[in-house]
Design a protein around this ligand. Sequence first.
Ligand SMILES: Cc1ncc(C[n+]2csc(CCOP(=O)(O)OP(=O)(O)O)c2C)c(N)n1
Ligand SMILES: [Mg+2]
Length: 357
Amino acid sequence: MPRTQIYNAVTERLEILDPAGIVDEELMPDLDGDRIRGIYSDMVRMRAMDEKALKLQRQGRMGTWPPIKGQEAIQAGVAHAMEDGDWLLPAFREHGIMLLRGVPGHLIYAYWAGDERGSSFPEGVRVFPVAVPVGSQWQHGTGVGLSLKLRGEKAVAVTLGGDGSTSEGDFHEAMNCAGVFQSNSVFVIQNNQWAISIPLHQQTAAKTLAQKAHAYGIPGIQVDGNDIFAVYSVTREALDRARNGGGPTLIEAVTYRLGDHTTADDASRYREDKEVTEWEGRDPILRLRRFLEARGLWDEEQEQEQQAAAQAWVDEQVAALEAMPPQDPSDIFSHMYADLPPHLAEQMAEVIEEVGS
Ligand SMILES: Cc1ncc(C[n+]2csc(CCOP(=O)(O)OP(=O)(O)O)c2C)c(N)n1
Ligand SMILES: [Mg+2]
């Protein structure tokens, strides 16, 4: 008689820091007080950058902006686990980690203000430009990871992307090739529960996104994405493995997009306030602050200083953005093709005639 068996892919999930700020001491990574305070400062700076961008957009000084509010622990945790030679391949909601990997804040603003120079990073910054076509960055992450392996570099390509992007063919092709070629890659899904107005349960019938890794023969692990210590630990382990020839890992970091999809969206039209309020209670920044306070590593005075420093830093970035000389209008044609197709060459000539170059 034929027998069938359903194999449930069991996904491990790691949590270290709970919403009240209490940690599981046994799992706590080896980070000293100064380092943890530094991580907290980074997260506060990310939020200040985000909040300012929303204000600038409303004032007509910024283009469309995708907020990162709520996703700071993933971005700080992954960045702090990375090493100097590692590459970052972002999607479009990765401003925080781009900043920590060396992209100047004013250039991040410039990109979203519609300035092509915002994709041109200083020499030595190992960060790919923003990838707006959903899911396209996953394959780049496999390719860069394979190239690092073939060159014998002890470095890793770290790719981030959203839950929605795992429905794109590119994601599956990237995971498959990474598994086959054992590229030096770490893939991090920022599962923020929504892809614009599509909730996760309409995106996949799988219980977790991490379990998709099993089909490609690579390790997959889920982590509480609002828990900075868990994100750091899981990423560190995956990076060590990839760096030492052990192949790729897929990490699903479970979080929530506290803001709208972008400044062009109104999330209250498709999701319940109650859901948002619940996740606000799990705010990753608040959670780390509670931990620091409970350890005697942080007080109100330091908080005030930190907030003021973050604001001052943001103001500097805005000043640097607004001090950039006007961009060459023909820039919008310059970076897509090595040789401009005739119809675009014609349009470029028109633009130059109209507004000058
Ligand atoms: C190939 C492609 N299809 C559609 C879009 C429009 N689009 C932009 S963001 C997005 C949803 C992405 O959701 P997710 O991957 O979960 O990332 P999140 O926005 O939540 O960070 C869509 C459909 C696009 N940019 N590219
Ligand atoms: Mg999403």
